[in-house]
Design a binder for this molecule. Structure first.
Ligand code: GRF
Length: 273
């Protein structure tokens, strides 16, 4: 993989995985006081305790699997997938978690108070939206400020926001005629798919690609960059990535990578090891 450090982004807008069928309801919810995010010092003070992750899913859970594998292998160190939550009953990701004896729950995605109580009860320090096709209530986003990472199957800000989810993203990419697509791991904020990007992975669009073939190749890159972003969260390095998001280009895509790299260098990005 080539690794590019990109210039600091202006503003720290945020995002979330979007499902147009699950818009937030304007309920009269009591304001919830954000708790302080876990800091480097906290991590040192509790050196023996693992960073507890909650992974939220809606479907197959291949991104969840990548995270569990990376935690088990130590690639994501000092951490534990402590809880897997789904807004959909029967999501295969729940079975993947159960196979590893990880507690699972099916939740009402709109009930912030209940969701926060569940997260608190499991001492969750960070949340990963791994193919979670619902919008998190703003109260949850506020409490876990900069501690929620989402994976989106496109190069944000392109092909993001309401209506861009699942296969629809790849259909839109093909219809647009762009030569490159990819995936973005980013921080979740109150706006859909607008949070600070952490890592982008580039995937060339090939002649003859269908939305399905593109989806398959992008999914592989999602696994790779999501693991890196979760590792950064566990190691308290998210701020560094927000300041200098990374871009990964697979060496196997040699021709596309060279062209893309040229473009990035022309834009003033630095190529690093
Ligand atoms: C991924 O493409 C993710 O980006 C999108 O939904 C898909 C989920 O895949 N939001 P999986 O459930 O992780 O296999």
């Amino acid at each position: 993989m080539f690794l590019f450090k990109t210039k600091q982004k202006e503003g720290n807008d945020q995002i979330k995985s979007a499902d147009p069928s699950e818009e937030l309801a304007d309920g009269n919810k009591a304001p919830i006081t954000p708790k302080r995010s876990r800091t480097k010092r906290d991590r040192k003070d509790s050196a023996l305790s693992k960073f507890k992750l909650a992974v939220m899913i809606s479907g197959s859970g291949s991104n969840l699997q990548a995270i569990m594998d990376a935690v088990n292998s130590g690639e994501i160190p000092d951490s534990q997938v402590a809880l897997v939550l789904s807004n959909r009953e029967g999501a295969y990701g729940l079975t993947r978690a159960e196979k590893q004896s990880i507690p699972t729950m099916v939740i009402n995605s709109q009930d912030a108070t209940k969701l926060l109580a569940i997260l608190e009860a499991h001492e969750i320090s960070g949340i990963v939206l791994a193919g979670y096709l619902a919008i998190l209530p703003p109260d949850v986003v506020a409490v876990y400020d900069c501690k929620i990472v989402n994976i989106h199957p496109a190069l944000l800000p392109m092909f993001g926001g309401k209506g861009f989810y699942g296969i629809k993203v790849h259909q839109a990419v093909l219809a647009s005629g762009v030569k490159y697509t990819g995936a973005t791991a980013h921080i979740v904020d109150k706006e859909v798919d607008a949070g600070a990007a952490l890592i982008r992975g580039v995937v060339p669009v090939l002649t003859g690609d269908t939305a399905e073939s593109l989806q398959k190749r992008v999914l592989k890159v999602e696994h790779e960059i999501l693991v890196k972003a979760v590792k950064a969260m566990v190691q308290c390095k998210i701020e560094e990535l927000i300041k200098k998001p990374e871009v990964l280009i697979n060496k196997a895509d040699r021709e596309g990578a060279a062209e893309f790299a040229k473009g990035l260098l022309e834009l003033g990005n630095a190529l690093t090891e």
